[in-house]
Design a binder for this molecule. Sequence first.
Ligand code: HEM
Length: 301
Amino acid sequence: MSKAIGHSFSCVAGRCGDNARAAIRLAFHDAGTFSLELQANALPNGGADGSILTDPNEVLRSENNGLQNIVRLLGPLPTPAWLSRWFIYHNHPSQLAGVLAVLACPGGPQIPALVGRPPPKNVAPDGLLPNPEQPVAELTARFADMGFSIRELMALIGAHTTGKQRFVDPAKANSTFDTTVDIWDTRFYSSTDLNRPGTLKLESDANFAVDATTTADFNRFIGNQANWASEYAAAHEKMSLLGVDVTDLTDCSEILPLSIDITTLTVASTGGGKPATDPLVDPVKLEAAIQQFRSIWLVPQ
Ligand code: HEM
């Protein structure tokens, strides 16, 4: 088991870099193919079963563009039959890597690490992952079919705090969704400036911020890191269990490193005035915290 965990740790590499953000998106693209309607009709379903890692074609779908590299890194390793009782989840650590990746981003909360997933029953059904051009009502309905409320969806979408895009507007490849892409902060919710250089807002995220059905739940996280972290962690745990029998799993959460509390790392106040909604994190204090709390995990740069 420790070998499998070590594999996921080394892929994510302890920093909020491109592998970490891809691993968070991968966890969603694995789980987000789950459908309550398919389940009710006993049809082949998706879910957090690792099929995106084990099926050679699923990751080639256009909706999974950008995930091919992390799939190659996390992909199946040969498992001797006699060891498969313990190593079976090694073939699809997509959810474990997602949990580690959130923690690799300073400010990211601990989410229970539940491992030991049986092999996927089938390739995930196609066409169930959301795209940013869909209207809000379609997106909230799709997440409701996964089992998420609007409030949970608004907490989950905050994962874009650490995201970049490459395929929505290839001319602006690597533009980020907020100005602090390497920190798990609430700036994604508050950054309403659509024209800031180097950033790009997805149409769906811009719509969530203002649509009558989502605006209150979207904006309630602004400046409320602790509240968002706990609601995000609960929603992400639920996501990591979609379509999975939790009684099959082993809770391995004791292996998780501590979360880095970014609210203690802000630039010293200059005094006077109202506190900033999103105080700036001091890069020197941040690096010191990474070195202190991630020392075992960090790979040499
Ligand atoms: C309405 C729902 C969602 C839509 C429409 C959406 C759409 C997208 C798109 C278009 C990208 C950019 C892909 C690219 O061009 O490279 C992206 C990136 C990303 N998404 Fe989402 N997403 C949604 C929900 C989520 C959820 C629920 C999570 C996780 C819990 C998530 C995590 C991420 C991350 C971390 C990235 C950045 C990946 C990277 O930088 O490599 N997304 N998303």
